[in-house]
Design a protein around this ligand. Structure first.
Ligand SMILES: CC(C)(COP(=O)(O)OP(=O)(O)OC[C@H]1O[C@@H](n2cnc3c(N)ncnc32)[C@H](O)[C@@H]1OP(=O)(O)O)[C@@H](O)C(=O)NCCC(=O)NCCS
Length: 205
């Protein structure tokens, strides 16, 4: 059997899904080692609210980004990765007791928002919104996927648009001392592509 290190290609492979000036959103088909340091650096922004467990490592990048069942997008500005969002099949989180308790666990219809982050200096100018919009629209197009779930701080999901339900609340989530809510977004039924042509792969916003 090949060693894990031999399987990891250095260069990332991605497809540009949306672009606007120097900003673009890319679907990651493979994350190469060259991009690991930047992804790890960005994920350090998660530690404050989500604890050290949320910080990516080589192993978690390989496990969650480079998995056919995952849906990972990065945001790039002037050539530099500035943020990302990863949807992970809930079944791939079977080691987490809360995941196994999800009523849709085992139905292969749910992506968990494993991480959604934008570097501090790029926050609040719409990049996160575009990243999230692309993620949701691709999740909706993915075969079998109907729901997006995630843990957010208490009250955050009430600001989301769309069909959102709160499944439960968790005190001291991941040892952060804060109460989080586990929300579920219903993406609704699949669009009927027999009536219209598929949207173009890359779109200028
Ligand atoms: C979450 C984050 C990416 C949002 O970026 P931002 O530039 O501050 O963007 P905005 O406040 O304009 O929000 C952009 C969109 O993200 C949504 N959003 C904000 N926090 C969110 C969260 N925790 N989970 C999912 N979506 C979230 C907003 O509702 C908004 O969606 P809308 O298009 O429905 O209005 C950014 O604040 C960040 O990196 N935070 C630190 C990491 C973090 O807490 N991530 C969340 C869970 S892993």
């Amino acid at each position: 059997m090949k060693q894990l290190s031999l399987e990891i290609e250095h260069r990332s492979k991605s497809r540009i899904i949306a672009s606007s000036g120097f900003f673009q959103v890319e679907l990651m088909e493979h994350v190469g080692e060259d991009d690991y340091p930047q992804l790890i650096k960005i994920s350090e922004h998660l530690a404050k609210d989500y604890g050290e467990k949320a910080v990516l490592s080589k192993t978690t990048i390989h496990k969650y980004f480079n998995k056919p069942t995952s849906l990972p997008f990065i945001a790039r500005f002037h050539g530099e990765i500035i943020g990302f969002i990863i949807g992970v099949a809930i079944e791939d989180l079977s080691s987490e007791p809360w995941a196994r308790l999800d009523e849709n666990f085992g139905k292969h219809n749910t992506l968990y928002s494993y991480a959604f982050v934008i570097m501090d200096k790029y926050k609040g100018n719409g990049y996160a919104k575009i990243l999230k919009r692309v993620f949701l629209s691709w999740a909706k197009k993915r075969d079998g996927i109907r729901f997006i779930t995630g843990h957010v701080k208490l009250g955050v999901s009430s600001k989301f648009t769309g069909d959102i339900k709160i499944f439960n609340r968790v005190d001291n989530w991941q040892g952060t001392g804060m109460t989080f809510e586990y929300y579920c977004r219903d993406l609704g039924p699949k669009p009927d592509f027999t009536q219209t042509q598929n949207p173009p792969l890359a779109k200028t916003i």
